[in-house]
Design a protein around this ligand. Sequence first.
Ligand code: FAD
Ligand SMILES: NC(=O)C1=CC=CN([C@@H]2O[C@H](COP(=O)(O)OP(=O)(O)OC[C@H]3O[C@@H](n4cnc5c(N)ncnc54)[C@H](OP(=O)(O)O)[C@@H]3O)[C@@H](O)[C@H]2O)C1
Length: 333
Amino acid sequence: MSIPIAIIGTGIAGLSAAQALVEAGLDVQLFDKSRGSGGRMASKRSESGSLDLGAQYFTARDRRFAEAVQQWRARGWAAEWTPALYHAREGRLSPSPDEQVRWVGTPRMSSITRAMLGALPVQFSCRITEVFRGDQHWHLQDADGNSHGPFSHAIVATPAPQATNLLAAAPKLASVAASVTMEPTWSVALSFAEPLDTPVEGCFAQDSPLDWLARTQSKPGRAPSPDSWVLHASSEWSRHNLDLSKECVIEALHGAFAEMIGCAVPPPVESIAHRWLYARPATAHQWGALSDGDLGLYACGDWCSSGRVEGAWLSGQETAKRLQAHIANHAWN
Ligand SMILES: Cc1cc2nc3c(=O)[nH]c(=O)nc-3n(C[C@H](O)[C@H](O)[C@H](O)COP(=O)(O)OP(=O)(O)OC[C@H]3O[C@@H](n4cnc5c(N)ncnc54)[C@H](O)[C@@H]3O)c2cc1C
Ligand SMILES: NC(=O)C1=CC=CN([C@@H]2O[C@H](COP(=O)(O)OP(=O)(O)OC[C@H]3O[C@@H](n4cnc5c(N)ncnc54)[C@H](OP(=O)(O)O)[C@@H]3O)[C@@H](O)[C@H]2O)C1
């Protein structure tokens, strides 16, 4: 057994790095503060079935990511989603079809990260609070006071605000992470006993508290009923209403939805609200990943790249590439 590499975060970035490192013959040990993997690609189990409250779909513009998505499709983890798309501007709802290929996890968004995790060693419900280096190796401290290690390298794969403290051993990396602003998103799911009388399956919105809405049943592999909708508030609305109660957020976004959708909207049979504090970086970056190869500390995530699923996956690949290159150079010298 070689000394494993610690990876903090089992979102798509951490899992992308883990997969590439394991394929190269290295050992990894993953940690996540949540009860399961997926991070912002997680799905919530509810009485109405699984609901994608975070990432709604993803596009693949980079060749390497497109190849990975084709493998996911072949294994049944992902499928193309072809919604009837609309846009809503100044209170007007219009069809807005396009040629963009969009993908979703099947039967839920979290299927992809669950499958990527497979049997990799992981500790859930484990919030890492400190990443520190001993004489030779890395060690982690968690919020319950437990220590973990030794590790040959450490990869921090959390949103930037949560990465800053964990990168304290490399102040330059920590200050780059600290410079990233991440915007919040309030997400609400509403389920209706009877299907709403509308052809809309996905809608980009402007001039509204909402910036996106999607009909769950239009995605491949989902339960056929009830008729569930996921609504995302804009960053601006979410920022201004960050501390509103879930009940008030549901009421406000239900109202905005009813105003926008152009058909009768009865009271929902189930409603869920989730606040994503660090939903997306305010601006895109082109770092790919952050690294201090000599120290053996790395950071990856959507915030190092495009702020999307594709960017997060690419960031994990970049981290694994840099780490392997450093090991190879070290072996030579
Ligand atoms: C509402 C919403 C809608 C979105 N819609 C889309 C979309 O339609 N298309 C698209 O491409 N992208 C979308 N995104 C963005 C996409 O979800 C992210 O870019 C991507 O999932 C980020 O992956 P990641 O691995 O970088 O981070 P995350 O998924 O955030 O993973 C980080 C992991 O680190 C864990 N963690 C954090 N701190 C600690 C700690 N101290 N100790 C242990 N574990 C820790 C977290 O629990 C989490 O599991 C959306 C995001 C949100 C929130
Ligand atoms: N809510 C959050 O916290 C989010 C965090 C991170 C990403 N989010 C959304 O993910 C979507 C992914 O982007 P991308 O992979 O580039 O998908 P596209 O479908 O290409 O959308 C990009 C952007 O373009 C506009 N748009 C695309 N297609 C249409 C269309 N048919 N009609 C109208 N407009 C379209 C739209 O931007 P607007 O500013 O014009 O609304 C899309 O957002 C993406 O939706 C992120 O917002 C959420």
